[in-house]
Design a protein. Structure first.
Length: 79
């Protein structure tokens, strides 16, 4: 993964049920909301960075939240 991320500071991927690539490598991640499925369930994205560079991952995730406002949305109540 270090070779793959050589020229990349942070990349974004859809959040899956397991983040196997980061679980096996110890890469820092931040998961943030990015809206809702048609079913009404929340969705999220994952920001992944290099080892020991958590500050970059956190800065990009914060910029995403500031630009989108998804973290302020709530799912509709089900009766």
């Amino acid at each position: 993964m270090n070779e793959i991320l050589q020229d990349i500071d942070v990349y974004i991927e859809m959040t899956w049920s397991t983040n196997w690539s980061t679980n096996l490598t110890g890469l820092p991640i931040v998961v943030v909301p990015c809206g809702f499925h048609r079913s009404g369930k929340p969705t999220s994205v994952t920001f992944v960075g290099k080892l020991y560079q958590e500050e970059k991952v956190l800065a990009v995730a914060k910029a995403f939240q500031n630009a989108t406002g998804f973290h302020l949305q709530h799912p509709e109540r089900v009766s």
